[in-house]
Design a protein around this ligand. Structure first.
Ligand code: PGA
Ligand code: ZN
Length: 410
């Protein structure tokens, strides 16, 4: 592949915030990729930009394209055209690229740069991105959808200054296909809007409400029972956002818990509302609190205890969580770490230790749907996106498209 130009620029995400887009020009076509942005950003995520967005844009625009083209050529002597690349070759290329960049880019910029390069390389090899990264023929996909329907916490304004404390209320349908699961999520989203009488949407297009935490769980179970579909229910507490000096401060209703009380509270919630999925139930440093909760949960329930801010898509933090038996599932947000090599490593480590993997969007999203292809190629167990809005639908539609292609056996 010959890269003619690499151009980075500023674009807006779904919240109207600035983010980065990278364009790779080859003689064949133009390939774009962009990065989303988080709001409840974990302490252990890499910075989205090194110094600033402008710094990273300038850095990418000043990359010596010949150097990159040569780097690809010399490191892959037998394949001068980067044609018929094997998966190992692709990741060798990324490794070479990352050593050229030497940590000079933030997570958002590196992810956008690597995604656009991979899109270009996949096309050069006449492959779909997911196929190219998987390397073998994929028979079918078993990814379950996690749909963010109702919101609170840092992502929401609430109604008359009242909002749930939990950041996300999630429907996780269990029908046979991605298409059917996406339809179920559309329906439960509409039903939720009706029951909550919700008129507004929050930062990530989840419904705004002033109902309190447990009232919403009650409503979700009601919808599930009425609709008679096979649906699991989950929440993202994002509890680091309301944790201070050893206490969790709730506002709706007002109460505070120390770590032990928080563990008991979450354990009771799981039982009372038959929860299948709990993300960040404890603060981002509390590996041992997580492990106490997981131990209690394992005795009686089948619930995923999920690390997001705890693990920050960082292989080292994931290994620590595994060593401490803190989680049985992990969120993977590529721009939390930037490097796709590390994203791959996180998923491989998780799989090796029987930890379920959830590829996730961010609250401020773009139309880029690379995470859909990554979820398929890396065989993630789940993908978490919103249900409503073009930026969320672009990921779901891509998955439905891939499902269709696989049925036709590309
Ligand atoms: P963020 O939140 O994208 O704002 O970080 C999403 C989450 O906590 O899962
Ligand atoms: Zn989260």
């Amino acid at each position: 592949m010959i890269i003619k130009k690499i151009i980075a620029k500023e674009v807006k995400n779904s919240r109207g915030e600035k983010t980065i887009q990278v364009l790779i020009k080859t003689p064949k076509a133009n390939f774009f990729a962009s990065s989303p942005s988080g709001k409840s950003i974990g302490k252990y995520e890499v910075n989205p930009y090194n110094k600033s967005l402008i710094h990273d844009i300038n850095f990418i625009n000043n990359l010596n394209v010949n150097k990159i083209n040569n780097l690809f050529k010399t490191k892959l002597k037998n394949k001068p055209n980067n044609f018929s690349l094997k998966v190992e070759d692709i990741f060798t290329l990324l490794k070479n690229l990352e050593s050229l960049i030497k940590n000079k880019l933030g997570g958002n910029s590196l992810f956008a740069l690597e995604s656009s390069l991979l899109k270009a390389l996949a096309k050069e090899n006449n492959k779909q991105l997911f196929e190219f990264l998987y390397g073998k023929k994929i028979k079918n996909i078993k990814i379950r959808l996690i749909g963010n329907a109702i919101g609170g916490g840092l992502h929401s304004k609430g109604i008359n200054n009242q909002k749930p404390d939990y950041q996300e209320f999630l429907f996780i349908p269990k029908e046979k296909t991605i298409k059917e699961n996406a339809e179920v999520n559309d329906t439960v989203y509409k039903l939720s809007r009706k029951v909550l009488k919700a008129r507004k949407r929050n930062d990530e297009n989840a419904l705004e409400t002033n109902f309190n935490n447990e009232q919403i769980l009650e409503i979700m179970n009601g919808i599930k029972n009425k609709y008679k579909k096979n649906i699991d229910i989950g929440i993202d507490l994002a509890s680091s956002s309301f944790y201070k000096n050893g206490k969790y401060y709730y506002k709706n209703p007002t109460t505070k818990f120390n770590s032990k009380e928080q563990i008991n509270y979450v354990n009771k919630l799981i039982k009372k509302y038959n929860l299948f999925y709990i993300e960040d139930p404890l603060n981002e440093n509390d590996f041992s609190g997580f492990s106490k909760l997981l131990k209690q949960v394992r005795k009686t329930d089948n619930c995923l205890i999920v690390g997001d801010d705890l693990t920050a898509t960082n292989p080292k933090r994931l290994k620590k969580a595994i060593k401490n038996k803190s989680i049985n599932a992990v969120i993977v947000k590529p721009n939390q770490i930037g490097s796709l090599l590390k994203v791959k490593e996180v998923i491989e480590v998780a799989k090796k230790h029987n930890i379920k993997t959830i590829i996730s969007h961010r609250s401020g999203e773009t139309f880029d749907n690379t995470i859909a292809d990554l979820a398929v190629a890396f065989e993630a167990d789940f993908i978490k996106t919103g249900i409503y809005g073009k930026e969320r639908k672009s990921k779901l539609n891509r998955l439905i498209e891939i499902e269709k292609m696989l049925k036709k056996k590309i």
